[in-house]
Design a protein around this ligand. Structure first.
Ligand SMILES: NC(=O)c1ccc[n+]([C@@H]2O[C@H](COP(=O)([O-])OP(=O)(O)OC[C@H]3O[C@@H](n4cnc5c(N)ncnc54)[C@H](OP(=O)(O)O)[C@@H]3O)[C@@H](O)[C@H]2O)c1
Length: 307
């Protein structure tokens, strides 16, 4: 695993992550098998107990109460890091700036997992632009050494969508911030399938694109984000995706059937994805993404068992 050597001088302690694997990966102590991009660990090495001494860091997770944020906070705390779960609920607001400089004081890493409360076009753009400006002013003042953000596979191909114009603006601010960074592009979460269904219309029949995508479980996303947060900044984009490439309309129908929802999906090549036209390449990752372990069936049984 890449270690974040540049942070050594600010790290008071080291921690052998192999000692408490059970605490990080559930009662079984098994780490989910994840595959890694070419040039990083082999799948075997990625699933083997960690031998690397991980430097203990102060890590601020913006949006630390959200779906992915709460998993990342739990994972990093389990590895011994000093983690702040920052969100308006805990008095840290990237839009008003409230609590930002206090939360970031002495922080090594900031992980931005916030999302816009409104998905209306202008509101999303305003959210990611204002949040990015406030966040980077505070990060530069605090001397933060690594900014990690979660975005979406294909963001640059989705500019017809107001939501994705917001994500494009967020990524531009990251690249121009002067703070070393890693942008993680994830495919759609399985947890978002209901939202995608909702986007296809109000009635009994919904229209969705049959374009390919490669959905991933939020547990796998959380584990990947936590790993990248403690590694060296890539100053570029890494991609993560689920194990199977499937057609979006088919997967949403499968989700509706599994949840005993009687709505029917009509595959429509002209149906837009949150305002953007899709083709079979738009939502899928490039070569060698890091792959999540959970396929739809495994995710669905796990999510049902947790209810
Ligand atoms: N959905 C997908 O399939 C998908 C795929 C790829 C990437 N992503 C990206 O993943 C990221 C995280 O998504 P998610 O589903 O985990 O989000 P989420 O569950 O909606 O959580 C959003 C978080 O943002 C926080 N937040 C809202 N306004 C804030 C503000 N002004 N200042 C600080 N924090 C604020 C919320 O805090 P409170 O709880 O206090 O309101 C909450 O913790 C998003 O950037 C999204 O673009 C999503």
């Amino acid at each position: 695993m890449d270690t974040f050597e540049g942070l050594l001088h600010r790290s008071a302690h080291t921690y052998d992550a192999s000692c408490t694997d059970a605490a990080h990966h559930g009662k079984s102590g098994k780490q989910p098998a994840m595959t890694r991009s070419a040039g990083f660990e082999s799948p075997e090495a990625a699933s083997a107990p960690r031998k690397t001494l991980e430097k203990i860091m102060k890590i601020v997770v913006i949006g630390g109460t959200g779906l992915i944020g709460s998993k990342v906070v739990k994972n990093l705390r389990g590895r011994g890091h000093d983690v702040i779960a920052a969100s308006p609920a805990s008095g840290v607001n990237t839009i008003t700036g409230e609590g930002l400089s206090e939360a970031l004081a002495g922080a090594n890493v900031v992980v931005d997992l916030a999302n816009s409360p409104s998905f209306e076009d202008a509101a999303v753009l305003e959210f990611f632009t204002t949040a990015g400006k406030n966040l980077f002013a505070a990060e530069r003042a605090a001397g933060v050494q690594h900014h990690v953000a979660l975005s979406v596979v294909g963001t640059d191909r989705l500019a017809q969508s107001g939501y994705f114009r917001g994500k494009i603006a967020q990524e531009k601010l990251i690249r121009e911030s002067g703070v070393p960074y890693t942008i993680i592009h994830s495919t759609q979460f399985f947890e978002f399938l209901g939202g995608i269904a909702q986007s296809g219309g109000d009635g009994q029949t919904i229209r969705l694109s049959p374009a390919y995508f490669q959905p991933i479980a939020s547990d796998d996303v959380g584990a990947a984000v936590a790993d990248y947060a403690v590694e060296a900044p890539r100053n570029g984009i890494v991609e993560i995706a689920g194990p199977d490439r499937v057609r979006l309309a088919d997967m949403v129908q499968r989700f509706l059937d599994a949840t005993h929802d009687s709505r029917k999906v009509v595959a429509d090549t002209g149906a837009r994805y949150f305002g953007a036209e899709l083709n079979d390449d738009t939502l899928v990752p490039g070569a060698n993404p890091r792959l999540g372990a959970l396929n739809f069936d495994a995710w669905f049984s796990q999510s049902q068992a947790a209810r």
